[in-house]
Design a protein. Structure first.
Length: 365
């Protein structure tokens, strides 16, 4: 399974390192390797959350996620998007923005950093909405029960996540942003994008399950019928949701990459290799059923997303080190994994002990 799932990642790694060597010699190869490791370390929580969504999609759409999706992720978010942002903020045409990136890396990086508050506002609001919708929903399994239980209770208030997300956005825009109106608009667009894409995905998923789209009987998740379901509107919006989610995660990585190199080609190669591993890891988690076996991993990933959203908001007013954002996310996921292992051993012990079934039932009530 390792070779089958990560085969494309291994191939892209070889091609990426070879391209870096031909483009910029040994130093380029080293920089691409560093950027790839940076991307993987900062985006593991992205893989866990993606896996939860990808689990609802057929193998066909999992391949789309790994092929077309990676093209969008590498060339769209890691190469074209920064050029687009620089072009808009500096009022440059596409050709001028490309020439600036290739001929004057320092100015290009400076222009991108000038646009970062708007980028961070959009990404932080999208991720914060994702986190809030998770913690405000009632769940059978709770990792931090002392905190998640009361949050689920107050989450019954309609549209609470929108209200909670808007409060820090207003505060940051009013008191910490150099361009408050632009930051506010970008943040609101992040919230609107999340509501729209997530809402459409859930709408068409429910319609497909009920057979409402074609007037047929409900379709199964696997087999030919599952494939037909995955090629419908529900699968498309789930795929779109994953791409926007990946974009929100990549904002910090793209900006932070300029601390390693200011060459857009090197950055695209390094982050692209890392992004490929994150996508392969997402598929691997789905096929191994890891999220079902380690039930708190999803919780840890969402808490890591919440921490990343807060760090992105804070970074609008002051610099936040990538070590803090990456370290906090990794720490939360590791803690969730350890908690899952402890829980599994405790459950196994109860099942093996006399009267274990009754004990297990009473513990789940």
């Amino acid at each position: 399974m390792i070779a089958r799932t990560f085969g494309w990642s291994f191939a892209i790694t070889v091609l990426g390192l070879l391209a870096a060597l031909l483009y910029d010699g040994p130093s380029g190869l080293v920089l691409v390797a560093i950027l790839a490791v940076l991307e993987i370390s900062l985006s593991f929580d992205n893989a866990v959350v993606n896996a939860k969504v990808l689990d609802r999609m057929s193998p066909f759409w999992q391949k789309i996620f790994l092929t077309i999706g990676i093209v969008i992720a590498v060339f769209g978010m890691r190469l074209v998007f920064p050029l687009l942002i620089v072009g808009i903020t500096a009022k440059l045409g596409p050709i001028e923005a490309i020439n600036l990136a290739l001929s004057d890396g320092n100015t290009y990086a400076h222009k991108l950093h000038e646009a970062y508050p708007m980028i961070a506002a959009f990404g932080s609001m999208f991720l914060l909405m994702l986190f809030l919708d998770f913690v405000f929903e009632e769940r059978a399994d709770k990792w931090l029960a002392w905190l998640e239980a009361p949050l689920a209770r107050i989450g019954k208030l309609d549209q609470l996540s929108v209200v909670v997300a808007l409060v820090p956005l207003v505060v940051v825009s009013a008191y910490f942003a150099d361009k408050p109106s632009q930051v506010m608009v970008a943040g609101v667009l992040g919230i609107v994008t999340y509501i729209l894409v997530n809402g459409l995905g859930e709408l068409f998923a429910e319609a497909s399950e009920d057979g409402d789209e074609e007037g047929d009987e409900p379709k199964a998740r696997s087999g030919p019928n599952g494939l037909a379901l995955a090629t419908g509107k529900a699968a498309f919006f789930l795929f779109l949701y994953l791409e926007v989610l990946d974009a929100s995660f990549s904002f910090d990585g793209v900006i932070g990459a300029f601390a390693v190199s200011q060459d857009p080609i090197i950055i695209a190669l390094g982050l692209g290799v890392g992004a490929m591993y994150i996508r392969s890891l997402t598929v691997y988690l789905v096929r191994k059923g890891t999220l079902h076996e380690y039930v708190y991993l999803e919780h840890g990933a969402h808490w890591a997303i919440g921490a990343l959203a807060v760090c992105m908001l804070v970074s609008i007013g002051t610099h936040v080190s990538e070590l803090i954002t990456g370290g906090t996310g990794a720490g939360l996921i590791i803690a969730a994994f350890v908690s899952s292992v402890i829980r599994n051993r405790r459950v196994t012990g109860r099942e093996e002990s006399p009267g274990g079934d009754k004990e297990l039932q009473s513990s789940n009530m």
